[in-house]
Design a protein around this ligand. Structure first.
Ligand code: EPU
Length: 419
């Protein structure tokens, strides 16, 4: 199994470009199922989660023509309404259920897998309730769900918990339903508004995407065209935090700083110096950073996906910070490994840790439990004295394209090695 080996404390400098957003790619790929026409997706990141989604599409009958950073997908006929066990590796496979139900009126799928960061196996009750609100029948047996609807009709659904994939999945199911659907307490992430804008450009009638209430007037069919994936705001934020933690001067290109207000407003308070333009962000050498507590929140609040890198940054900041992870139950467990590296971290409960800094970190052997903790460990390894080895890097490759190669271009000493 490959692992990353990092020799820490090498000075980092230069420019790095941000790739297309994973969490936009993982929605536009299943959106291809909504139309028999071909869709061309540009700025598609080359990451394992995208490969898995494309595999799922091919299993459903899609012809996929992949370019370097793009893919053209045509699904004239969907050959199967069952999602295979490939879904066990990918939480976002659940998004396939919306478009499949919309076009086929039935879908059978296993419980989706992915990062082990939520309670138990990460629930999908909101999806099932939402499908029922659109008139579908939901059955569960032997670890598989079967959803059927002779006819999908518009309905109303209130998300008791805010869910990005829940919002996108029900929005896509409702696009081809008969009548009006109203979704309330929706997620506000910019990827949702981008998906809705694309679907509208192809004939859908969605209003309010990007706000808490989305109204969808069902249409009979939608066409397909071209979709350019927006820059990955989490990757951009991760690189910004990496620059701050390693006290580097770094310019992050091809990003959209307007999606990073929660992080940049904290940077202004804690002494991380930066300048931002429309599509770039420069982090300047910031030798003295102070601590600041955060509470993760749905967009536009502080993203849970930046919590792990930010926790590493707080080990290098002066003072005490409480990190309050409100969205996932298991996303702070990785801090135990930061403590093994020398960080002063006290876990109060599964949702809260106190980080006292600054601490000197020392290289250790680590295992990446999930995608975001994995990249946080890379940042910790770059900051630490000595050698850090990270295994289970499949979890990192899921969401960050050629991360070792790209960090080497900044001066990092990171290599991918086989055990
Ligand atoms: N939840 C339920 N019931 C459900 C679905 C979700 O209770 O049926 C709860 C979860 O337990 C959790 C919250 O709702 O507390 C959100 O969970 P969900 O799995 O729905 O997450 P999401 O909002 O769909 C997306 C991203 C996540 C990101 C969150 C930020 C994708 C594919 N995933 O998840 O990304 O953390 O938004 O809110 O878009 C990542 O990229 O590493 C990642 C985990």
């Amino acid at each position: 199994m490959p692992k990353f080996v990092i020799n820490g404390q090498r000075p980092l400098a230069g420019e790095i470009s941000v790739r297309g957003a994973k969490n936009a790619a993982l929605k536009i790929l299943p959106a291809a199922l909504l139309s028999a026409e071909p869709i061309t997706i540009k700025n598609l990141p080359r990451i394992q989660d995208v490969d898995l989604s494309i595999k799922l599409l091919e299993e459903l009958g899609a012809e996929v023509d992949r370019g370097q950073d793009s893919a053209t997908i045509r699904i004239e006929t969907i050959t199967d309404s069952r999602i295979s066990a490939t879904a066990n590796k990918l939480r976002a496979s659940v998004v396939f259920t919306g478009p499949l139900l919309a076009r086929m009126r039935e879908v059978r799928f296993p419980h989706p897998g992915g990062c082990v960061i939520g309670a138990g196996t990460r629930p999908i009750d909101l999806f099932l309730e939402g499908f029922a609100a659109l008139g579908a029948e939901v059955e569960e047996a032997d670890g598989y769900y079967s959803i059927r609807a002779d006819k999908l009709s518009g309905g109303e659904y209130f998300f008791t918990t805010i869910s990005v994939t829940g919002t996108e999945t029900l929005m896509m199911a409702a696009v081809l339903a008969e009548g009006k659907t109203i979704l309330k307490n929706c997620a506000l992430e910019p990827e949702i508004a981008a998906l809705a804008a694309y679907l509208n450009s192809q004939g859908a009638k969605i209003s309010g995407a990007g706000t808490a209430t989305i109204v969808i007037d069902g249409v009979k069919r939608i066409s397909a065209g071209e979709f350019t994936i927006m820059p990955d705001r989490i990757e951009a934020g991760t690189f910004a935090i990496m620059a701050a933690a390693t006290k580097a001067e770094l310019t992050i290109r091809d990003c959209d700083p307007s999606h990073l207000e929660a992080l940049l407003s904290i940077f202004s308070k804690i002494g991380v110096k930066f300048s931002a333009g429309k599509d770039y962000l420069t982090i300047r050498k910031s030798p003295d950073i102070s601590s600041y507590s955060v509470k993760t929140h749905e967009y536009p609040g502080f993203p849970t996906d930046l919590q792990s890198p930010y926790t590493v940054l707080m080990t290098q900041a002066r003072g005490s910070a409480i990190i309050h992870e409100t969205i996932y139950d298991r996303r702070l467990l990785f801090t135990d490994m930061l403590a093994q590296m020398g960080a002063d971290i006290i876990m109060c409960d599964p949702h809260r840790v106190v980080v006292n800094g600054p601490s000197k970190l020392y290289g250790r052997k680590l295992t990446s439990p999930d995608l975001r903790a994995g990249i946080a460990m890379i940042i910790a390894g770059l900051t630490a004295e000595g050698k850090t080895e990270i295994d289970n890097i499949y979890q990192i490759d899921r969401g960050y394209e050629r991360i070792d190669e790209r960090l080497r271009s900044l001066g990092a000493d990171i290599t991918r090695q086989d055990d």
